[in-house]
Design a protein around this ligand. Structure first.
Ligand SMILES: [Zn+2]
Length: 182
């Protein structure tokens, strides 16, 4: 399992725990609970109100007999009395950051775990060992890479200069490895 898979699994658990905390709610004398949330690629209609005719953020709710209904952000928020849309927006943003940056997260995880001997996302690293890296990287470079890695693990996208620095080192390492193989 890669670091990105690990982060996605953790996120999934967080979402499912959050859904559990919402519990049951009543619509027209019928008990419902949330069973799923997803981003649809096409527009759908909310099935309990006439206003939400073009929704992509879909919440699937289920009654006690197992009948499923899809509802939009506005309805689910007013029914559950929770700022549910915002929470799911945060989860969605994290999901997008993890999946869009899979290459960078896994690259940095490998590099920094080699350097520190531990995954610096899980534990606060102390001194690292440069001789475990395929190329020389300055302390300042390492600390910038560490900052970018922690940022990605928190689900925040990188700024251009951070991305360029990762690409720079990745290219250098690739070159080093291919030269060593010749
Ligand atoms: Zn609705």
């Amino acid at each position: 399992m890669t670091k990105t898979d690990d982060l996605l699994k953790g996120l999934e658990e967080t979402v499912s725990n959050y859904i559990k905390t919402i519990g049951e709610f009543i619509i027209k004398n019928e008990k419902f609970h949330i069973v799923d949330h997803y981003r649809s690629s096409e527009f759908e209609h909310c099935q309990i109100c006439p206003q939400e005719t073009a929704i992509k953020d879909i919440y699937v709710i289920e009654d006690s007999k197992g009948n499923r209904t899809i509802v939009g952000n506005v309805c689910i928020t007013s029914i559950t009395n929770e700022k549910i849309g915002q929470r799911f927006k945060d989860y969605q943003r994290k999901f997008d950051v993890y999946t869009d940056n899979r290459t960078y997260i896994d690259f940095l995880n490998g590099l920094l775990t080699d350097y520190y001997g531990i995954d610096p996302d899980n534990e606060e690293p102390e001194e690292g060992d440069i001789s475990n890296l395929p190329i020389w990287i300055s302390k300042q470079g390492i600390s910038k890479l560490l900052g970018s890695y922690k940022r990605l693990c928190r689900g925040i996208s990188l700024i251009d200069t951070q991305l360029r620095l990762i690409q720079y080192y990745a290219k250098k390492i690739q070159k080093e490895i291919s030269e060593a193989q010749q």
